[in-house]
Design a protein. Structure first.
Length: 307
């Protein structure tokens, strides 16, 4: 799938590209962190595996139930009240969640129909999901950059790590190292790469049984191609441009190809048992966040859905 920026017949861009440089990312981080916190507030509590069970960490006190062994009573806590209490420990079932946030040149695109660039939306989603997952007791890291950890400042740590990773700004695909079966992968990307390359990469990551979830970010203009007259398809990676004489006629072929590409990406995911969620940047960021957290909490993979 070609990575293009579309100009209309007058040569005006339908939006302005946001450059993915470290300096500009740093300038936008306060805004992105604030937006991520808003998303977190809307989805907080959706995903939760923390509950009582075998483990070392204290979970909660609860009332002693008739018939339980007396050895389970926490006498120190019970001495402060006229009831008997049992100390429960937290069930240690935290998973390692590995995030990959696409920051390649095509992610900088934003049209006049979108609320944010694809890169900004991907970063907001990644930061919000990391906070929500750690809040739920999981460990979160960045593929190839930061091992999973359960830090209270996980979003800030991820943002700082991404700032220092200049090489990752040109990466079209996540690292291909196979991850263990208990790992969960979340890829946030526009998936504007050849579908066969994408399929090979997730097959490599899932070779040992890791579960995955893909959030495919789409600008509404990329999907609808609402242009008339002469248009220029401008390669964002600088290799070549294509001038189209009749954008309306050419658009029908483009839209069909775009749909076919999306189906191929979805099939590659579902073949591995991974979920895929399509998110359009004219829609609220809470929608894909809620869906992915719901899938993680339920432990199931659903068919492709649009957020």
């Amino acid at each position: 799938m070609a990575k293009v920026r579309v100009l209309d017949e007058t040569g005006r861009q339908p939006g302005h590209p946001v450059q993915a440089s470290a300096l500009e990312l740093a300038a936008r981080l306060p805004h992105l962190m604030l937006e991520a916190r808003r998303v977190l507030a809307a989805v907080s509590g959706v995903h939760g595996r923390r509950r009582a069970g075998p483990g070392e960490a204290f979970w909660q006190f609860r009332a002693f139930a008739p018939g339980e062994a007396a050895q389970r009573v926490d006498w120190r806590r019970s001495a402060r009240d006229d009831r008997l209490y049992v100390r429960e420990r937290e069930w240690e079932a935290a998973h390692s969640v590995h995030l990959w946030i696409d920051r390649s040149p095509s992610m900088a695109y934003i049209s006049s129909l979108a609320a944010a660039s694809k890169a900004e939306r991907a970063l907001v989603l990644g930061l919000a999901l990391s906070d929500a997952l750690v809040e739920a007791g999981e460990r979160v890291g960045l593929m190839g950059l930061m091992p999973p950890r359960a830090s209270r400042r996980i979003a800030e740590r991820l943002a700082e790590t991404l700032l220092l990773d200049k090489a990752g700004q040109d990466a079209d695909l996540p690292p291909g190292d196979a991850l263990p079966p208990q790992a969960e992968i979340i890829l946030i990307t526009d998936a504007l790469v050849p579908a066969e390359d994408f399929a090979r990469r997730i097959a490599s990551i899932a070779a040992r049984g890791a579960k995955g979830h893909v959030i495919r970010i789409v600008d509404p203009v990329e999907e609808t191609f609402p242009f008339d007259g002469e248009a220029v398809l401008e390669d964002v990676e600088g290799r070549a441009d294509l001038r189209v004489g009749d954008a309306r006629a050419w658009g029908a072929m483009y839209r069909e190809r775009f749909v076919q590409h999306g189906r191929a990406i979805a099939e590659a995911c579902l073949k591995r048992g991974w979920s895929v969620t399509v998110h359009r940047t004219d829609r609220p960021a809470t929608e894909p966040a809620l869906r992915v957290l719901g899938i993680l909490a339920g432990g199931g993979i659903q068919r492709q859905g649009a957020a």
